[in-house]
Design a binder for this molecule. Sequence first.
Ligand code: NAP
Length: 366
Amino acid sequence: MNKNMEKLKIGILGATGIVGQNYIKLLQGHPWFEIKDLAASPNSAGKTYEEAAGPKWQMPILIPEEIKHVIVRDVQDFGTIPNDISFVFSAINMPTKDQIKEIEFKYAQNGIPVISNNSAHRWTPDVPMIIGEVNPDHANVIPIQQKKRNFSKGFVAVKPNCSIQSYVTPIYALEKAGYKVDKLIITTLQAVSGAGYPGVPSLDIIDNIVPYIGGEEEKSEKEPMKIFGKVGDIGIINDESIKISATCTRVPIIDGHTASINIKFKDKVPSMEDIKKIWLEFRALPQELDLPFAPKHPIIYLENIDRPQPRKDRDNDKGMAVTIGRLRKDTVFDYKFIGLSHNTIRGAAGGAILNAELLKAKGFIK
Ligand code: NAP
């Protein structure tokens, strides 16, 4: 985007939550986007952002001055959506997914593109579920969605669950290099910020591990099928060629989801040197387009035997890189390794900002 061009005004649905707060932090000084509208539940509506979100503000910066005094709107007050916003980020938590689906489609009906963190529409076939480095071409399903649902310029695009970020891009890089993957066994160690605010009670998580996160294992096993799929005539056609078995656990870490991954290839098995070279050299469309939120190195491999670690590595490349280490031979499958990604940045707000930049660069957001 030309430096002298006016920034696009944008809105945040669920602005008072953990992901919403991350948007506010990450969008400070963004070269293309400027926050105009903040919306949340009826409980927050009519209050200043400081009144509504102040008591639960978790970011390591003060609430920015220009945000503090914005009056929060009710997400469902469609009549007050400012008419100069170009799109909204959606990070709302509601009692049911159907309510979220309906709200996001209503914004689209009102001509507003919705870039969503919610899982509600991830399985709607004509809604793309995008990781910028893996399946940017899935944006081509947007015209199919608009035609089917009679949306003029609005649409819904989502990003996948935070739990899968630390292995989908590295696996995709290997597949792209011609090494077809057969099976994956994944065990995640997920941070508490992934549960939103106030999230997991402290007495449940301090000095403890919770070996269950509702719905997370199903998402981890299924979402890669859509991401690795292709655009068909009426929506995305899933690719079910990789079998995944996932165990998801909650650990006493604030930010950063870690995963232990065991991998079996279909036929050709790369050497360890090949794998590291593929990861080191991996670049994709967001890097080619030099998008503001694109990490320079989408996959970082650390040779230190005891890395990656959440506290030391989650912020690599502004929290947008996947950091990998401990690639070694497996006694049952071919190899195993550890992956780490920042759940509220790469896995939530940062990943969605990158998707918005991509959709802008491709002309879907104007
Ligand atoms: P959160 O901290 O619980 O925030 C929820 C937000 O939704 C708040 O702004 C809240 O507003 C709003 N909300 C609640 N009930 C509402 C209602 N009835 N109508 C309208 N707005 C309502 O949750 P979060 O962690 O930010 O997550 C938000 C979404 O992103 C969830 O779907 C989550 O699964 C997804 N996600 C989260 C992460 C993560 O790492 N945290 C990662 C990926 C995806 P009030 O403050 O007014 O109640």
